[in-house]
Design a protein around this ligand. Structure first.
Ligand code: AMP
Length: 528
C-alpha cells in the first residue's frame, strides 16, 4: 500500500490545514488514486462505497478549483437522498473550514424552498442537492449554472435505482460542456457506463485494485454500535476477553488521541501511535508495548505498519477500515506465529454495507455478536476465576485452608457452599473496586494526553502571572518546572496541566498554599 500525504500534492494550504484538523493521517486508497487525477481537471469514474473517504476524494479537488471571490455556484454535487446531501455538505464544510468565503449549501426536498432561495441569493459556490429539488430551482430560475465548472454524481447507481435518470440528464444538459464531470458509484452496471459515455469526456476509471489476500485463522466478530457507545463496548470486550496485548485501530490521528485519553480515564494501560509523533517517542511506545508495560496500543493504519509484535491477542477495529485491504492488514497483527487471535470490529449504521464488502473480499466469516451486557462481563470474569481455581485444587496442598474453612463453617453454622459464594463475591468486588478506583483517578480533565488539568481559583485580576503559578507548583511539589504544561489564565481563575504521574503529589503539595500572599484552592478540572 503506497501512502500519499495530503501535502505532497499542490493543494491549497487552507485545505491541508483543515485535513490536519480533521485528523487524517494520509490519503485513503481511493483518495490517493482520484485526487491527483481530479486535480488535473480530468473526468473520473470512481468505484467507491461510503466509508472509503470518497467525499473528500471529490471534495478536495472541488475546493481547490473554486474561486472564493466569485459568489456564484461553481460546483454541483448530485446525491440520491437528503441524508447523503447533508452528510456530504458537512464533510465539504469541514474541508472548507479555513476557506471562510467559500459557501456550501445542501438543497433537498422537504426543506422550505424560500429559505433555500434566500441562501442561494446570498452567494453559494458549492451546491449539494438531490436531483428533484435542483430541477425545481432550475425551473424557478433560482439557480444559475453559468459558472459551474465541476459536476459530481455521488452514489450514481443509487440515483439511477431511484429513478432520477431523466432529472440527472436534464441537469447535465443544462451545464456548460467544458465542465469536469466526476461520477462515483459503488457498482458499475451498464446504465452507469452509458451515462458516463454520454456525459463525460475520456473519463479515467478509478478503482482500488487489490491482490488476493488470505486471511489467517482468526476468530472475527462484529458489533453494531452507536458512535458514543464505542468506548464502553470496547472496555466491556477488553474486560471480558482480557487480552494481554491488543491493538486498537482508529482511522484518524485525532481519533487515536481521544481514545487513548478515554481508555486511560477508564484505568487501562493504553498508548497511541500515529504519524504526528517523533520517531523516538514511537520507539518508546513500541518498547513499552513489546515488554507488556502497555497492554493496549491504539494506532492509525499508517503508523501500525511497522509493528512487529508476535503475541497480539486481539485486534479491535474501533473504526471500520476505509479499505478492504486495510482490514486484512489490521487483523493480521494477531494470530501470528501459530497462535490464535481474535478480531473485533465496530460498525456504525450504514457501515454494515462496507462490512459486507470486506467479508466478500476476504471471504471471511465475520460473525455478528450482541454487545456484551455487564452480566456477561461478570460471567466471563467468574469463569476466569474458576479456571484459576483448578490450579489450586489440583496443584496445591489445601489441607490447612480446608481446616480453616471447616472451623468457620462449624462455628457459624454455614455451608461450605455459602462460604465459597461469599469468597467469589468478595473477589469480584475487589476487581470491580480496582477498576472504579482507577476511573476515579481524575477521569477526563480535558487535558492533553498523559496530563491532568488542574483548576486554581486565582487569576489575572489578582495580579498573578503564569510565572507565579509555575513557581508555586515547582517550588511546593518539587517537580521540575519544565514538566508543568499549558497554563491558561483567566480573570479569576487559572488552568494548569501537570503530568498524570505527579498530579496527586502536586494536589497534595498545593493544599494550604499561598500564591503572592493569597490562599488558593487547587483541584482537578472538569472536562472543557
Ligand atoms: P466517506 O467515504 O466520504 O463517507 O468518508 C467516511 C469517513 O472517513 C468520514 O468520516 C471522513 O471524514 C473520513 N475520512 C475521509 N478521508 C479520510 C482520511 N484520509 N483519513 C481518515 N479518515 C478519513
Amino acid at each position: 500500500m503506497e501512502t500519499i500525504q495530503f501535502n505532497e500534492l499542490n493543494i491549497r494550504p487552507e485545505i491541508i490545514k483543515a485535513v490536519a484538523h480533521m485528523g487524517f493521517e494520509a490519503m485513503s486508497p481511493i483518495q490517493a488514486k482520484a485526487i491527483p487525477v481530479a486535480l488535473e481537471g480530468k473526468d473520473i469514474i470512481g468505484q467507491a462505497q461510503t466509508g472509503t473517504g470518497k467525499t473528500a476524494a471529490f471534495g478536495i479537488p472541488v475546493l481547490q478549483k473554486v474561486n472564493p471571490k466569485l459568489k456564484k455556484p461553481q460546483a454541483i454535487v448530485l446525491c440520491p437522498t437528503r441524508e447523503l446531501a447533508i452528510q456530504v455538505a458537512d464533510e465539504i464544510r469541514k474541508l472548507a473550514k479555513y476557506l471562510p468565503s467559500v459557501k456550501i449549501l445542501p438543497i433537498y426536498g422537504g426543506q422550505e424552498i424560500s429559505k433555500q432561495i434566500r441562501s442561494l441569493k446570498a452567494g453559494v459556490q458549492v451546491i449539494i442537492g438531490t436531483p428533484g429539488r435542483i430541477m425545481d430551482h432550475m425551473r424557478r430560475k433560482t439557480v444559475k449554472f453559468d459558472n459551474i465548472e465541476t459536476v459530481i454524481l455521488d452514489e450514481a447507481d443509487e440515483m439511477l435505482d431511484m429513478g432520477f435518470r431523466e432529472d440527472i440528464e436534464t441537469i447535465l444538459r443544462d451545464i456548460n460542456e467544458e465542465r469536469q464531470t466526476m461520477l462515483f458509484s459503488a457498482t458499475m452496471p451498464k446504465p452507469i457506463m452509458e451515462l458516463a459515455r454520454m456525459y463525460q469526456k475520456n473519463p479515467e476509471i478509478i478503482r482500488v485494485v487489490r491482490k488476493e489476500l488470505t486471511v489467517p485463522n482468526i476468530t472475527q466478530y462484529y458489533y453494531e454500535v452507536r458512535p458514543k457507545n464505542k468506548g464502553e463496548v470496547l472496555s466491556r470486550l477488553l474486560d471480558m476477553y482480557d487480552p494481554k496485548l491488543s491493538v486498537v485501530f482508529c482511522n484518524t490521528k485525532k481519533g487515536v488521541d481521544e481514545l487513548v485519553a478515554d481508555l486511560k480515564g477508564r484505568g487501562y494501560f493504553a498508548e497511541g501511535l500515529h504519524g504526528d509523533m517523533k520517531q523516538t517517542m514511537r520507539d518508546r511506545v513500541m518498547n513499552r508495548f513489546r515488554s507488556g508495560k502497555t497492554d493496549i496500543l491504539v494506532a492509525t493504519d499508517v503508523a501500525a505498519r511497522g509493528i512487529d509484535v508476535d503475541d497480539v491477542d486481539a485486534v479491535f477495529n474501533y473504526d471500520l477500515p476505509q479499505d478492504e485491504e486495510y482490514y486484512v492488514h489490521r487483523i493480521g497483527r494477531t494470530g501470528r506465529a501459530g497462535k490464535s487471535g481474535m478480531a473485533f470490529t465496530f460498525v456504525v449504521g450504514k457501515e454494515v454495507y462496507k462490512l459486507r464488502d470486506i467479508r466478500r473480499y476476504c471471504k471471511a466469516k465475520i460473525k455478528a455478536q450482541p454487545i456484551p451486557s455487564l452480566n456477561d462481563v461478570t460471567e466471563t470474569r467468574v469463569e476466569k476465576i474458576f479456571d484459576r481455581l483448578d490450579q489450586y485444587i489440583e496443584g496445591q496442598d489445601l489441607d490447612r485452608y480446608i481446616d480453616m474453612v471447616e472451623s468457620f463453617v462449624n462455628e457459624k453454622d454455614y455451608t461450605a457452599m455459602d462460604v465459597a459464594a461469599a469468597f467469589l463475591a468478595e473477589i469480584l468486588k475487589n476487581v470491580q473496586g480496582k477498576e472504579q478506583a482507577s476511573q476515579d483517578d481524575f477521569g477526563d480533565t480535558g487535558a492533553e494526553e498523559g496530563m491532568v488539568r488542574l483548576f486554581i481559583n486565582i487569576g489575572k485580576k489578582q495580579g498573578i502571572r503564569p510565572g507565579n503559578i509555575l513557581g508555586a507548583i515547582a517550588g511546593e511539589s518539587g517537580i521540575p518546572g519544565d514538566l508543568v504544561g499549558t497554563i491558561d489564565m483567566y480573570d479569576k481563575y487559572t488552568f494548569v496541566e501537570v503530568p498524570r504521574e505527579v498530579a496527586s503529589d502536586v494536589l497534595a503539595a498545593m493544599k494550604n498554599v499561598k500564591i503572592k500572599g493569597k490562599s488558593v484552592n487547587v483541584e482537578p478540572a472538569n472536562r472543557k
